[in-house]
Design a binder for this molecule. Sequence first.
Ligand code: 1CP
Length: 345
Amino acid sequence: MSPAPAARRLLATVRGAIQPTPPIWIMRQAGRYLPEYRELRSRAGGFLELCYTPDLATEVTLQPVRRFDLDAAILFSDILVVPDALGQEVRFETGEGPLLTPLSAASIGALRPERVLERLAPVLETVRRVRAALPDDKTLIGFCGSPWTVATYMLGGRGSPDQQAARLFALREPEAFARLMDILVDVSVDYLVAQFRAGADVVQLFESWALNLDETAFAERVIEPNRRIVAGVRRQLPDAPIIGFPRGAAGMIAAYAEATGVNVVGLDYATPLQFAAATLPAGLGVQGNLDPLRLVVGGRQMEERAREIVAAFRGRPHIFNLGHGIVPETPIAHVERLLEIVRGG
Ligand code: 1CP
């Protein structure tokens, strides 16, 4: 883990500082809305090759920070490099999103957790190169997918609106499911510790599919595995700063924050501001939560809501962000305007 110069505003906020204006990064900030990303992507071959080529992945990580002077870089990679490194077949088809050969109870035993760090060595090399190239005042965010979210792809074979394949598997095959979650918890701990050691300042746990779960399932599949990851990382790196993003946690958000011990909880855009302010403990940091489509439309629809979000979280550690990933149609000028607003314009 790098030292924490006071000048790394975003890192200081994760550690509990309250800033005059919130630091900002943008979920999925490196991506197809940027012409420089599209240009490099067209030369790179496949998406996984891009993730596993440190030169190119470093360049793509730095692009949005350079263009917008954001407060943080986020490692350019994907949550599905972990199943790929475990030996499951993962493909990214243009326009289709990720496609995996779905696991069965029997094929879980064929996963190869002992090889994960070796296979993810190029990603860790990207972390080192980004940290070396990044200005000292910028925070570097590493990440992994949380076990339930990664498992929904491993079991369903693709993203799905209701995660039905994984939800049925977890109920029908509780032992095999628990084995899969144990594997994902263990490799995630090792992978995140390795990212910190390579130069990440903060890591984010992406639980993008925390929705559609009853409270029992949420406690077992979301809270408990994320808690184990946070505890496992901190056994090796006691003060490791961690952001948790349980998208769709709704009424379970305070329970998630308390039980996992994350420093900052990421709020999706459906989370009401006053509900978050009232239910989350006073000193806990929050991140979010502008609807990405307001950034597509811009103008009053974006500006008024952005100001409401800033106002609602004044007085607690707050990192400004979208409430989910930026979409490819987003005009660059709207991102520039959002930064002016968040920085007091
Ligand atoms: O061809 C392309 O350019 C592919 C588009 C793309 C990109 C740019 C994918 C495929 N992944 C990424 C990069 C990525 N993914 C980052 C890079 C860093 C940054 O933010 O700039 C990160 C953090 C992710 C994380 C990720 N991947 C999540 C969690 C965040 C979220 O949006 O909920 C998820 C769910 C994925 C899976 C995935 N990978 C790619 C796509 C299109 C998807 C979503 C598929 C689906 O809807 O199910």
